[in-house]
Design a binder for this molecule. Structure first.
Ligand code: GLC
Length: 716
């Protein structure tokens, strides 16, 4: 083992000869001699780390995963998995995010940079033992220090590089379904949003826009006027966002397939032939995203859709998901034939079932193909978790080449830390279950800790049928996530806002309008989080320190000014909240609601009818919002509302930029600095404007600690 000082807070320990994953941008150069602290180490064919957790230690992190914000009590596997059944007994989902923090008497962060399977037993076998098994002997382990958990996260986010920034329109509402099968269906959907006065910025196209599920192809039958429709909808403020899958259909005369074969761009099997698997298109080859040339080739393919007016994509099935492989299915048939020769008894019946169920995403398959990397041939299993990351990278590098100053929307299903620099993620195939609403809430901060700030779940749930109440409550949470997309599976109940009764539609419309009103705040907080290597959505315990907050997992901080406490159970007209300090409760029915109440520190019950949700403004903070519009292009934020809860002094920086170019990277942005001071009966509001700000006027509402309301109009 060698150690390297990355900076004053981070040490890298190098075990063996790790594969370069490119997840970290600052690795430290000069070798040092620093002891590997905290863990008992066991080195062999695998690396094992053991730690004795204190009774009250909390373990944060592990990104996209099941269970709570505190990961204690379960066993997790870091291995990107296509499993649509996110049941509580699962161990892994689509992402592999190997960053965690132990917060107790000792406080430290750990990032394991290793691209294959890692098992985290966080007090599962033995209640107080944290035991990590890295399936290999070559890995980089980073130990990250900091005074507080928040600082540890920041120190981690600094070494993995600044997060992805989408165009501003990607903060609008996105409607999706598998599928809106024809261009007529898509157009009438958009018109319906407009006619019903429900804001919307994007429609996702699922598989059916393609010709036979072939990437970068279009169905002549269902989308004969793809470009015309895309451009017409764009002129109405709505972008079309097509899906791209990892597998390339094997079909003669299909250009992508033929180019891939000709140039050797696909992953290969042990006989050096392109590996054959089956996914939605039937038999496919997988592009070798770990290979620079293949990545470049695939990335440039996005141009054919970009040339037709497309500005955003979602990359799917890139764990990669495998329904079955050619070898797998042949073995299965052989096994079944053998079983058929005997009489079926209980044992052979279950064996039969297992043969069939074991076909998808099998470890044999992941061990059965190879990548041609700069460092030679690598077995897929050994780098499994990098596949989705490199598909994201392929697309992002392609965009960069196609139009280097333009921001494109991009989100992926599979991910690994490092991919956060290139795109966002959605959390895959959840279900329309109340359990998945609370899971969504708990996952958001964990994902944020791992750098994926542009993220969100399928609002209302992907699988199974949503009920109206769940649809409303889910929207009340999703408006606070940067990626706000409503997506559902084929065969399930439609869940567009107008697929429900009048009350539900009206309520969801008001929720979406609130989202559009809060875009100035959300975007400002998003950009500040990216620029200062911070999280956007945090657990309360990252900002407050008292005996209760560390256990709160159903209230979240969104940006620096507000706390949310969504209702996540059916038939509830309210919920308990814990306030670590006095806060201002804004009970929102509409963005114009004026229902304010100062709530005292401590445990409180808050009534929240189905058409109401709570926004808590923290003490000495302010929340800025404007007027909603049909889409983000139409937002006119010359006049903004400032809602401030002030005990003595509050200050806020409202960041903004053009929302479309990459000039923010050169510091091109505006900042509106607002300071409000209260002294006895006197209040002062000072506004400083820098950059090219569009804001002309602020309608300020100050609510004092005693609940006194002061309003003032301020010219900027
Ligand atoms: C996968 C995706 C889902 C998509 C479906 C069909 O299940 O996770 O979002 O709708 O494939 O493309």
């Amino acid at each position: 083992m060698k150690s390297y000082i990355v900076n004053k807070n981070v040490v890298r320990y190098e075990f063996g000869k790790p594969i370069e994953t490119y997840s970290v941008i600052e690795k430290g150069v000069s070798e040092s001699d620093i002891e590997f602290k905290y863990f008992q180490l066991n080195l062999g064919e695998e690396i094992k780390l053991k730690y004795n957790m204190g009774k009250k230690d909390i373990v944060y992190g592990l990104g996209e995963n099941i269970r709570g914000i505190n990961k204690r009590g379960w066993i997790y596997e870091s291995f990107c998995t296509d499993d649509p059944n996110h049941a509580p007994d699962k161990k892994s989902l689509y992402g592999a995010h190997n960053f965690f923090i132990v917060d107790g008497e000792k406080k430290f962060g750990v990032y394991i940079d290793f691209p294959s399977k890692i098992i985290y037993d966080v007090g599962y076998e033995k209640k107080d033992k944290l035991e990590i098994t890295i399936e290999g002997k070559d890995a980089d382990i980073y130990i990250i220090n900091g005074e507080t958990v928040k600082e540890i996260v920041q120190n981690f986010l600094k070494i993995i590089g600044k997060g992805y920034v989408p165009p501003k329109w990607a903060f609008g509402y996105i409607q999706s379904r598998w599928s809106y099968p024809t261009e007529e269906a898509v157009e009438s959907l958009v018109n319906e949003f407009i006619e019903r006065d429900i804001p919307c910025d994007g429609i996702c196209l699922d598989l059916d826009y393609m010709d036979n599920y072939k990437d970068f192809s279009l169905s002549d039958e269902r989308f004969p006027n793809f470009e015309e429709v895309t451009r017409r909808l764009k002129s109405k403020g709505v972008k079309i966002i097509p899906i791209i899958d990892a597998g390339v259909k094997i079909e003669d005369e299909y250009d992508i397939y033929e180019e891939g074969i000709e140039n050797d761009y696909f992953v290969i099997d042990k006989d050096r032939k392109p590996f054959v698997a089956a996914v939605w298109p039937g038999k496919v080859h997988f592009p070798d995203f770990l290979n620079k040339d293949a990545r470049k080739w695939f990335g440039k393919k996005y141009k054919c859709l970009i040339d037709k007016g497309i500005e955003g994509f979602w990359n799917d099935m890139n764990e990669p998901a495998i329904f079955y492989s050619e070898n797998g299915i042949n073995d299965a048939y052989r096994n079944i034939d053998e079983l058929r020769t005997k009489e079926l008894n209980i044992d052979s019946f279950f064996k039969f079932k297992d043969v069939v169920l074991g076909l998808s995403n099998s470890m044999n398959d992941y061990k059965g193909f190879y990548h041609k990397t700069e460092n030679g041939i690598v077995n897929h299993y050994d780098i499994h978790n990098l596949y989705g990351f490199n598909m994201t990278k392929a697309a992002a590098e392609g965009f960069e080449e196609i139009d280097s100053n333009k921001r494109f929307l991009l989100f992926s299903r599979a991910s690994f830390i490092g991919a956060h620099r290139y795109g966002g993620i959605w959390t895959g195939d959840n279900c329309s279950w109340w359990e998945h609403l609370i899971l969504n809430m708990k996952m958001l901060p964990s994902i944020n800790m791992c750098g994926f700030i542009y993220s969100g779940a399928d609002t209302c749930g992907f699988g199974s049928n949503v009920d109206p109440e769940l649809a409303i409550r889910w929207n009340q949470l999703s408006i606070f996530a940067p990626l706000y997309r409503n997506h559902s599976s084929m065969g399930t109940r439609n869940q567009e806002p107008f697929a429900f009764d009048e009350y539900t539609e009206k309520t969801i419309k008001n929720i979406i309008k609130f989202r559009y009103a809060m875009i100035p705040y959300l975007y400002s907080e998003y950009m500040k989080a990216i620029n200062s290597s911070d999280m956007l959505i945090k657990p309360l315990s990252f900002e407050y320190n008292d005996e209760f907050v560390s256990q709160i997992e159903d209230q979240l901080l969104v940006g620096d000014s507000i706390m949310i406490a969504p209702v996540y159970e059916p038939n509830k007209s309210g919920r308990y909240v814990y306030l670590p300090e006095d806060m201002l409760l804004w009970k929102v029915k509409k963005y114009t609601s004026k229902d304010f109440d100062v709530i005292n520190k401590g445990h409180n019950y808050i009534n929240l009818d189905l058409n109401e949700f709570a926004v808590f403004i923290r003490k000495n903070r302010m929340f800025v919002y404007g007027e909603p519009a049909q889409n983000t292009e139409l937002l006119n934020n010359e006049t903004l509302n400032v809602l401030a809860f002030v005990a003595d002094r509050a200050e806020y920086d409202l960041y903004d930029d053009d929302g479309i170019s990459k000039e923010y990277l050169l510091g091109e942005h505006s900042n509106l600095n607002i300071t409000i001071t209260l002294e006895e009966d006197k209040h002062t509001i000072v506004v400083k404007n820098s950059g090219n700000n569009k804001v002309k006027e602020l309608l300020v509402t100050i609510i004092t600690a005693e609940g006194k309301i002061i309003t003032e109009k301020v010219n900027v």
